[in-house]
Design a protein around this ligand. Structure first.
Ligand SMILES: [Fe+2]
Ligand SMILES: [Fe+2]
Length: 204
């Protein structure tokens, strides 16, 4: 099903808090900017249809936090229902800041009829990452850190890294930030973030 962006924005505005709505638009805009930059640098020459690629990146950006304003108990109920759609592991079930990602992907398909596997993958893995994730997911993973509403110091460093050294180096820096953040706070660290970082390092 093709869902036009205006319709998506209406749905999101009703569903998300003001800040989250602005953040989602920021991720879509930043993802578009990153995709255009990758085209300019001829890193995406194999992709023939630039406009449709950018539209898919925008869709993933707009929907990546679709379930973010749902409480942990309700997220867990929906996650149980989503088990046939994707595997959700123990760490994700324990933390709302992780669990909203697979639930957002599940609801994007169930409620909005999104069937683009790469868009769904980008939504599903925007928190923990995945070593095999495709280009739309890699763009959204970084865009989520660097969209203009993100003002923390690491966001600026990741922005610069993307500009100076490209997408994989920006992903590595984003992983470093998340790993350090969780170590300092004594939080659980999801193993995917380490696997993603290793995969990007091996591609260098
Ligand atoms: Fe998120
Ligand atoms: Fe986000």
């Amino acid at each position: 099903m093709i869902i036009v962006e205006e319709r998506l924005l209406e749905l999101l505005e009703r569903r998300l808090t003001g800040d989250r709505y602005s953040h989602s638009i920021g991720v879509a805009d930043t993802g578009e900017m990153m995709a255009k930059r990758l085209y300019e640098e001829n890193k995406l020459t194999l992709l023939t249809d630039k406009e449709s690629f950018i539209a898919r990146v925008r869709q993933a950006g707009l929907l990546h936090d679709y379930a973010k304003d749902i409480g942990l108990d309700q997220l867990r109920i929906i996650a149980e229902e989503a088990r046939d759609f994707c595997q959700i592991d123990r760490e994700e079930m324990e933390m709302a800041q992780l669990l909203h990602a697979p639930v957002s992907a599940y609801l994007a398909r169930k409620d909005l009829g999104i069937e683009d596997e790469e868009v769904l993958e980008a939504i599903r893995y925007h928190t923990i990452g995945s070593p095999e994730m495709g280009l739309i997911a890699r763009i959204i993973f970084v865009a989520d850190y660097i969209e203009p509403n993100r003002t923390f110091k690491a966001a600026e460093e990741i922005r610069e890294e993307f500009k100076d050294r490209g997408l994989d180096r920006a992903i590595i820096k984003a992983c470093d930030h998340t790993i350090n953040y969780n170590i300092v706070r004594g939080n659980l660290i999801h193993p995917n973030i380490l696997c993603l970082r290793n995969a990007c390092l091996r591609r260098q």
